[in-house]
Structure formats: C-alpha cells, structure tokens
Design a protein around this ligand. Structure first.
Ligand SMILES: Nc1ncnc2c1ncn2[C@@H]1O[C@H](COP(=O)(O)OP(=O)(O)OP(=O)(O)O)[C@@H](O)[C@H]1O
Length: 286
C-alpha cells in the first residue's frame, strides 16, 4: 500500500512560469511533429462548423496564457461555459470576463483601444516598433469565443458596427503592442469575417466546414481548389484543422486535448498560485 502524501500550501510545488513570448504548443501535424504558435505577434482566427474543435484549440491557448507570468486576460464568451471556466483566475490576475453583454464588451474594447494608444505612444517615445520580452510588459490577450454573437446576433446595428470597428482596430494594431486577439466563430461567412478583417489575422485555423467556400473564407481564396479544403475533414475526427500562418501554406494539425478535469485542475492551480502570492516569488524574466 502506498503511503498517503499530505500536501500543505508550503509543500505544493509551484512550477516555473511560462512567458507569453514563449512558443505555445497546440498539437501535432500530420507527420507527428509538434506545432507551436508565436501568439504575441500574431492574431488567431479560429473558425469552422459547430463541434469541430474550436473551443478545444482556444482552451490550449488560454491554458498556456494563464500559466504565464506576463499575461492579463480579457475573455469574452457569450456561452459562458468555455472561457467562463477561467473567470476566477481572470479575476485573480486583474483581468476581465464578459458574458453575453454587448455593451459590456464595447466598454472593454473602448478601454483596450485607449491602452493600445498609450502603448503606441510609449513605443514612439522610445523609438521602437514593438514590445520585447525584456520590456516586462503584460501581454493583454483578448479571447473572443463566438465573434458572431457580438457582431451579428445581439444588440443594435450601431452596437454591432462599433464592435466590429473596435475588433478590427485591435486586430490591426494590437500585435505590435503585445495585445493579440484570438477570435473564434462558428459562422465562417463574409458578413462575419470580411476579407479585410480575415487578412489581419496572422494565423488562421479552419476546422471542418460545410462548404469549400467557407474553408476559403478562413484560409484565403483559392486554397480549397489547391487541395487545402476544410470541408474534407471528417466529422468523426474533431480537433483536426488546417492552420495557415501569414505567407505560408496550410498544414493539417490535430489539436492537443485538455479534458474538463484537467482544465479545472489548471484553474485551481493558477488561482491558488496568484491568490497566495506564489507567483510573486518567481523571477519575472530569465
Ligand atoms: N483535439 C481533440 N481531441 C479529441 N477530441 C476533440 C478534440 N477537439 C474536439 N474534440 C471533441 O469534439 C467536441 C467538440 O469540440 P469543441 O467544443 O471544441 O467544438 P467547437 O467547434 O468549439 O463547437 P461549438 O462551435 O459548438 O462551440 C469536444 O467536446 C471533444 O469531445
């Protein structure tokens, strides 16, 4: 029989923290090679039909972010059940969670626009083009799990228009000032993802789509006819997606999977380490 191990808060091991500037592991490609994203300097569009695996990909990114010492979360999730799981650690880190509340979302985006303007003013004043890990700046990661809810489903046309304009500005200008946007949608159509917005996302993940046209709306025009068609992804293999990075060709990837239990464990760990001040004892930069 194994002896029972009693852990007190003093003996719970605290892992060294990651940085938002570190590569983020998201899964493996079709040859079994690990796939990493450079999230800080790229936005990510995560789209495809319901049940394809978009939320699982987002959970990988969110989990990495919450384990970082330099992350401030901004989470928008009208369904509550995905990003809502991270509400408590988001609060512990001084971040924000917004549910199905377009006015709340607009208030947050307007504030982020001001923060972005101030960060650009700092860059200009220091003759710099972008932030680096050595700046010890908090990366404000903006995660939106169902863009279409805020831009097409709820609110007045004026509110939706303002929401789109603010997201577009953030996606266009945020990456140089350490404010990447990760946005998911079940509706890969031109009204939700116009080409001018799509092209601002440095990474685009196309989960199973119902038509080759929807696949092209995510990846870019012409990829479906060139053989990179997310409609061909089998409905029996959720978590498989085509990933394209700016200037590259699409790669077939299988996302890593975090079970609900693992996410709850991570949520507890992150909340505990922040609330108990354990994070403060970890050096901020290597
Ligand atoms: N990488 C994966 N490995 C194993 N199973 C997966 C993977 N990705 C998704 N799944 C399975 O598919 C289900 C649906 O995935 P997920 O909720 O991420 O889809 P979705 O595209 O976000 O759907 P919706 O648009 O309805 O929110 C998961 O609950 C899980 O059972």
């Amino acid at each position: 029989m194994h002896p029972t191990i009693h852990l007190s808060p003093d003996t719970i091991p605290v892992a060294p923290t990651l940085s938002m500037f570190d590569p983020v592991f998201v899964g493996i490609d079709e040859f079994g090679a690990p796939v990493y994203l450079d999230l800080v300097y790229h936005n990510l569009l995560d789209a495809g039909e319901p049940g394809g695996g978009k939320s699982v990909l987002i959970q990988n990114l969110v989990a990495h972010a919450f384990l970082c010492h330099d992350f401030t979360p901004v989470l928008l999730d009208p369904k509550w059940v995905e990003l809502g799981m991270w509400m408590e650690p988001a609060d512990a880190l001084g971040g924000i969670f917004v549910g199905p509340d377009i006015e709340g979302g607009l208030r947050v985006l307007r504030r982020l626009q001001k923060v972005m303007d101030r960060r650009y003013a700092w860059l200009v004043a220091h003759g710099r083009r972008k932030f680096l890990p050595t700046d010890l700046i908090k990366v404000i990661g903006v995660f939106i799990d169902e863009l279409a809810y805020y831009t097409a489903t709820t609110g007045t046309p004026e509110q939706q228009k303002e929401f789109i304009a603010l997201v577009r500005d953030l996606v266009a200008r945020g990456r140089a000032c350490a404010m990447p946007v990760i946005a998911a949608t079940q509706r890969p159509s031109v009204d939700i993802i116009p080409t001018s917005l799509r092209d601002l996302f440095g990474y685009r993940a196309a989960f199973r789509c119902t038509t080759p046209n929807s696949s092209d709306i995510i990846l870019g025009h012409g990829w479906a006819s060139a053989g990179f068609n997310a409609q061909t992804i089998s409905p029996t293999t959720p978590g498989v997606f085509y990933l394209i990075a700016e200037g590259g060709i699409p790669h077939l990837v299988k996302a890593a999977y975090l079970s609900d239990e693992q996410i709850h464990q991570l949520v507890d760990y992150v909340t505990w380490t922040h609330r108990s001040g354990q994070r403060d004892s970890v050096p901020l930069a290597a």
